[in-house]
Design a protein around this ligand. Structure first.
Ligand code: NAD
Length: 287
């Protein structure tokens, strides 16, 4: 079984919550894991070494192989230094799980440009920075596995998360193109929207509901997607509470106008334009 044995996998934001579970599972399966975590609070403030160190200790105590890294993925330099940690410690990088994240929730009218930007910086730019720093190595070795950690907030929307939803769906957009560009180098890029009880979700649902969502349940899907076994690319999965769904964009049959329609013609055809009953998986008409 090729799996992830001896593969070098970077998990960003792996000092707690879901990222910790990804790191623990990958290490149990024989991967050499770079446990990255800035070590700050849920809103991105502060930093420290104790979170990443604790996970590395846990992996080592169980007989696994891991190294800690404390760089912020939100900067180009931080991401480059993170890749360098993988190269210096294990001599290669084969997989990246873009998991690091923060929240700055507030309804849109009250959302400051700073709250919008801070969330893009960590989720969208952070995933770009780390993936971009790894990309050349993946191309050169003709192998790479990337998992973008997205969210149902981006796929479907969620009150108070316009900044977070924009960043998370941006990651799906990035994945779509990277799946195409990575094809001839055996670089597979997929997205996972987890649903799990962590500090991020601690105050948004009842304790009774959260009890059914242990983060460990998400880890095997992420582990499979970064493994050599995975041959799929450009797919999105919603994973949590023991369930796994694949999510995809669908498009209906186009309504055709022989000439530029008037507003009246648009109004008359609106129910046909919005009818999804004959929808099929969408394809890029320009691609
Ligand atoms: P979490 O807060 O426990 O994990 C996020 C981790 O990222 C933290 O350990 C934090 O220190 C780290 N981090 C933050 N900024 C960083 C930076 N600049 N550089 C490096 N590390 C940084 O929350 P979680 O629920 O485990 O979230 C993990 C990922 O899953 C996030 O991307 C989150 O958006 C996503 N997600 C979680 C859920 C859920 O139900 N918990 C749902 C959808 C998406």
């Amino acid at each position: 079984m090729p799996g992830v044995t001896d593969r070098v996998v970077i998990v960003t934001g792996a000092g707690g919550g879901l990222g910790r579970e990804y790191a623990l599972l990958l290490a149990r399966e024989g991967a050499q894991v770079v446990v990255n975590d800035l070590g700050g609070a849920r809103d991105g403030s502060g930093s420290g070494h104790s979170m990443a160190d604790a996970v590395v200790e846990e992996i080592k105590a169980a007989g696994g192989t891991a190294v800690a890294n404390y760089d912020s993925v939100a900067t180009v330099e931080g991401a480059q230094s993170l890749i360098q940690t993988a190269l210096d410690s294990f001599g290669a990088v084969h997989g990246v799980v873009n998991n690091a994240g923060i929240l700055r929730d507030t309804s849109f009218g009250k959302m400051t440009p700073e709250a919008f930007e801070a969330v893009q910086r960590v989720h969208l730019f952070g995933s770009f920075n780390v993936t971009h720093a790894a990309w050349g190595h993946f191309r050169e070795q003709g192998f790479g596995r990337i998992v973008m950690i997205t969210s149902t907030s981006g796929l479907y929307g969620n009150f108070g998360q316009a900044n977070y939803g924009a960043a998370k769906l941006g990651l799906v957009g990035m994945m779509n193109t990277l799946a195409i560009e990575g094809r001839k180098y055996d670089i597979k890029v997929n997205a996972v929207a987890p649903i799990a009880a962590t500090r991020m979700t601690a105050d948004i649902a009842s304790a009774e509901f959260l009890e059914k969502l242990p983060p460990a349940q998400v880890a095997p899907i992420v582990g499979y997607l970064v493994s050599e076994d995975n041959q799929d690319s450009g797919m999105t999965f919603v994973v949590g509470g023991g369930a796994v769904h694949r999510v995809q964009l669908f498009a209906n049959k186009p309504v055709l106008f022989s000439a530029v329609p008037t507003l009246d013609e648009v109004r008359e055809n609106w129910s046909r334009i919005t009818d999804m009953s004959d929808a099929q998986p969408g394809v890029n008409p320009a691609g």
